[in-house]
Design a protein around this ligand. Sequence first.
Ligand SMILES: *Cc1c(COP(=O)(O)O)cnc(C)c1O
Length: 377
Amino acid sequence: MHFTTRAIHAGQEPEPRTGSVNVPIYQTSTYAQDGVGEHRGWDYGRSGNPTRDALQMALASLEQAEDAVVFASGLAAEDAVFRLLSPGDHVIMADDVYGGTWRQVAKVHVPAGLLEVTTVDLADLDAVAAAVRPTTRLVWVETPSNPLLKVFDLAALATVAHDAGARLVVDNTFATPYLTQPLAHGADLVVHSTTKYLGGHSDVVGGAVCTDAETAERLRFLQNAVGAVGGPLDNYLTLRGIKTLGVRMETHCANAAAIADHLVDHPAITQVLYPGLAHHRNHDVAARQMRHFGGMLSIRLAGGRPAADAVAVGTELFFLAESLGGVESLIEHPGAMTHASVAGTALEVPDDLLRLSVGIEHVDDLVADLDHALAQV
Ligand SMILES: *Cc1c(COP(=O)(O)O)cnc(C)c1O
């Protein structure tokens, strides 16, 4: 079945007792048992919930994975993946990895002795190979990356990782399975912040890992032992968002491409970072690996930080806010907002940079809003 059909049907049979076409919100912490230890597949809300099961089945189907495990947030999902490692294991990550991922690794897992980490430019495959150690277990990649919109070649990275005896983890939050399905390119685990495009309406926080059945079982054990489960209403909202992922992504991508084209020659802007632009460093990889070029773009302002601040507060339709992937357009200053946790490190982002999450409003209104804000700097 096609992607957009699976988004609406996978894991989402009508509820058998009433015929409810929507998966109910099973708002319960426990389940009555038929006999001592004889339950119907669910015994306690941390261990399992039918609304969560439905979401897991839908996500596994969209990523073409054997299984999916849903968490309370994207960072909770990532934490579970890192807990698959043993002390001394080594991880290779991009030098522009998401700030929250970097904070978790550098400030929590490294000090606890769980893992060691090296950051490299993942577009330089020789540098990746040179960073490999006998203890390397994971190569961790986001594509397109946040907020610099770098694109990395998943098949090539999978080869380098597998040659090193490591597994490739792809944070697929920006591309979503509608644009890229990393497991088909050789990845071993896909992580998501479902808070973003999958939920799609800026009304719920969640995360997921899509992977093989054996790894999913280990992650479920960890989740039950550690406790990072989302609630049934959260799972329902995410599932509801997923139903329209395909149509939303079509508009997000078309709007972002039109805005990138419009801004590329703007006198107030020195650079537009968007994988769909022909001069993007890895445009050819993006064209091969993605259905469209995504709904995220970043711009650098000729007037530096003051101009960036003025534009960020000068838009009306683009709300000045963290996060991304919702139906409404958002603008933010990564250096001071989402990526403040990497300030002063090698992962610091330029302070003339603004990141745009292009929503699904009418593109003419979005262009007019940006033009108006840019005219003031
Ligand atoms: C938001 C985000 C995360 C973290 O997810 P939360 O749901 O906020 O915990 C991880 N990776 C990327 C690329 C993100 O954008």
